[in-house]
Design a protein around this ligand. Structure first.
Ligand code: CS2
Length: 498
């Protein structure tokens, strides 16, 4: 079919193939600056905000999307070429595709090209909320010291060049300084990353930086800035070339970077916004007093579940999460991990039907149309495991509970980090710590414990004899017999005990 470039001018041409903004985008005011305009933001906050613009007359909450890193130039350029428009393709469980052209991103900035414009925007009086998806690693938190990592060269750069920063900490500091100087009222800084207590995390990390970079700002931040915690959820795989060409051929929408995602979405937010907020609850978000239990549940079941499937699946040579979860032994392993090691340490989750939550996760992972890449799941594992799995291990160790399954996953990760799957095919390891992981994985062949000595990932886990023994046993077993047999044996051993 004939196709047209996605942009404002052509928008009405797509009304037969996708839902299009029914509101006039030209008078949407920007009230939110969002940093990190990757797939997840566009499947989640930007979509909720678009739905709200449809529903309500209130046009104060458009989004200015900021691409922070050099690497983000392509998405910035794409949004610029498409007037901020993009297609969200929801892949339903029965294979149906539901398409929406999302219009809530009405401005976009590329920070490396124009840092001052980003600082000015964040400091503008109309901006009431600065939201972030900067990834787990973006918080610059060191698991070993439990502190902000001042040794990071980019942080050193920002301290020395405050007006041309590179990190979120440098940007926020300059913007807040300007807000203070202009006597502007407060602003909320809201993390939308998979980090436990994500609001507390950005607050603590930012304050650590500000104490050094601009100490006189600390008090003003305490008085004027809020940091609501939030739990975010929607599985959003990387967009494939097939998604792009199918959209063009079947729907006539020539979109250089659509986003694909699952139908499920969830956003649980603490209602703590210094300068007001959109009524996101009118489009399905939940506002609660304490988001911590929801976050804990999601991070230690969904995200950890992903890592379990990703690491074991990668070693077996699977490419996607649905392949891994449809492997009966691996999915049995995951269910046991969730029931035996995670559930007992989740604490009180009043009102949550945990059994059906876990069941729904297996279903969501199994959506065969999503084709979520194991590559994506295993990327940056060194920043993910301290958040997704380590708290479960530490809590279990404290209660003298089971850590066998978690230890198995860590042992599998050590072997994964050698860079080959069990069929001898190379694994591409995308991780800020890739070199260290690889080096430690090699050393682990002589002494498995070496892998656990990466303190920025594992903290002092290597000091736990119980954990190290379970890990070492699994490590030797996997190398000797392979994942398939070991997973099956471990499942049987555990099932026989319960
Ligand atoms: C994934 C998440 O990055 C990961 O390892 O677990 O991106 C996950 O898909 C989202 O958090 C789902 O909400």
């Amino acid at each position: 079919m004939a196709s047209y470039k996605l942009n404002s001018e052509n928008l009405s041409k797509f009304s037969g193939s996708a839902a299009i903004p029914a509101y006039d985008r030209s008078d949407v005011k920007v009230g939110i600056v969002h940093v990190g305009i990757g797939g997840f933001h566009r499947a989640h906050e930007a979509y909720y905000t678009d739905q709200l613009l449809h529903k309500e007359g209130n046009k104060d909450w458009g989004i200015c999307g900021v691409a922070l890193l050099d690497f983000d130039q392509k998405i910035y350029q794409t949004l610029k070429d498409q007037d901020g428009l993009y297609t969200l393709i929801v892949k339903e469980l029965d294979g149906t595709l539901t398409k929406t052209i999302v219009g809530s991103i009405v401005e976009y900035l590329f920070a490396p090209e124009n840092p001052a414009a980003v600082i000015d925007k964040m400091a503008h009086q109309d901006i009431k909320i600065i939201t972030l998806t900067i990834t787990e690693g973006g918080y610059n938190y060191n698991e070993a010291t439990k502190k902000f990592d001042f040794a990071n060269p980019l942080i050193q750069h920002d301290l020395e060049n405050p007006t041309t920063p590179k990190t979120i900490f440098g940007y926020l500091t300059q913007a807040l300084k300007a807000r203070k100087e202009q006597h502007l009222k407060g602003v909320a800084i809201q993390s939308c990353d998979n980090v436990q207590g994500n609001g507390h995390m950005i607050q603590n990390m930012l304050l650590s930086y500000v104490e050094k970079a601009a100490p006189s700002l600390v008090e003003w931040i305490h008085a004027n800035v809020t940091f609501p915690n939030s739990m975010v959820d929607r599985i959003t795989p990387a967009t494939s070339l097939v998604d792009i060409s199918a959209l063009k051929e079947n729907s006539g929408i020539d979109d250089a970077w659509p986003v694909v995602c699952e139908p499920f979405k969830q956003w649980v937010i603490e209602d703590d916004f210094a300068a007001g907020r959109p009524a996101w609850e009118n489009v399905g978000a939940q506002f609660v007093a304490d988001v911590v239990p929801y976050e804990k549940m999601k991070l230690s079941l969904l995200n950890a579940g992903h890592s379990v499937l990703g690491i074991l699946g990668a070693l077996k040579g699977y490419a996607t999460i649905d392949e891994a979860v449809h492997d009966p032994a691996i999915s049995q392993f995951l269910k046991l991990y969730m029931d035996i090691e995670v559930t007992p340490v989740l604490g009180n989750l009043e009102g949550v039907d945990l059994k059906s939550y876990k069941h729904s996760l297996i279903q969501r992972f199994g959506n065969i149309y999503i084709k979520d890449q194991i590559d994506r799941i295993c990327s940056e594992t060194s920043a993910k495991l301290p958040i997704f799995i380590l708290p479960t291990i530490n809590a279990q160790l404290k209660e003298s509970g089971s850590v066998k399954l978690a230890a198995f996953v860590i042992a599998a990760w050590a072997i994964y980090s050698l860079g080959f799957d069990e069929n001898g095919n190379p694994l591409v390891i995308k991780d800020a710590l890739a070199e260290v992981l690889h080096q430690k994985a090699i050393e682990a062949k002589n002494e498995p414990k070496e892998f656990l000595s990466i303190e920025s990932v594992f903290g002092d886990l290597k000091k736990s004899e119980v954990f190290v023994n379970a890990y070492r046993e699994s490590y030797d077993d996997i190398l000797k017999h392979g994942v398939e047999k070991c997973v099956a044996d471990l499942n049987n051993e555990i099932l026989n005990k319960i």
